[in-house]
Ligand binder design. Structure first.
Ligand code: 5GP
Length: 200
């Protein structure tokens, strides 16, 4: 694992601002890759196939599951979401850090399979702020917003199972905290072992 990159998992309720933070983080870290998930939900305005998601039919997604092509997958709001395994494994063994933005069931599956992954839960500053951000996106109808808010409350109860929890108050502060987590993880004994091996 030592010369490998980190596998960083970010979860948090829809509307916590993970997308904005991670976009900025990836712009500033050239050694980092964002996993493109597959989903059966409809593309939102401006979303492109292969960039934001691989948009699939139910049949296509289920074929990927049967052929063991997903590192993890889950159902969220009645739609499938999953992480294609191949790019992740290649990037990690090339020494790149890989970022996954996934919901809590998928995060749990990966932590079980790959306990060395680093999991971070991103909280909104408050539930009121979460609802405000979700509405400001203007991409979901009222029923979906209500569903997402209900799921958000349940998801926040799982924050304690993550390695780190951060509150996304401002993008700059959140990125600073993520960079501190990455720096600390890279100094962990298992990573320093490889340095020791090289020195001996
Ligand atoms: P959205 O529909 O807002 O793009 O995403 C809904 C939820 O699905 C978010 O919590 C997002 O993090 C999660 N999600 C996105 N991709 C994946 C994935 O590959 N696997 C899992 N388990 N969740 C995902």
């Amino acid at each position: 694992m030592c010369n490998n990159g980190l596998l960083l998992i970010f979860s948090g309720p829809s509307g916590a601002g993970k997308g904005t933070v991670l976009k900025e983080l990836l712009n500033k870290n050239h050694n980092m890759k964002l996993s493109v998930s597959a989903t059966t939900r409809q593309p939102r305005e401006g979303e492109c196939h292969g960039v934001h998601y691989f948009f699939m039919t139910n049949e296509e997604f289920e074929e990927q599951i049967v052929n063991d092509k997903m590192l993890e997958y889950a159902q969220y709001c009645g739609k499938y979401y999953g992480t294609p395994s191949v790019p992740i494994m290649n990037w990690i063994s090339d020494g790149l850090d890989v970022v996954l933005e996934i919901e809590v069931q998928g995060a749990r599956q990966i932590k079980e399979k790959l306990p060395e992954c680093v999991s971070v839960f991103v909280l909104p500053p408050s539930l009121e702020e979460l609802e405000k951000r979700l509405r400001a996106r203007n991409t979901e109808d009222e029923e979906t917003i209500q569903k997402r808010l209900t799921i958000a409350q349940k998801e926040m109860e799982t924050a304690k199972d993550y390695d780190y929890v951060i509150v996304n108050d401002t993008v700059a502060h959140t990125i600073e905290q993520i960079n501190q987590i990455i720096a600390a993880e890279k100094l962990k004994v298992c990573c320093r072992e490889s340095v020791k091996e090289r020195m001996l």
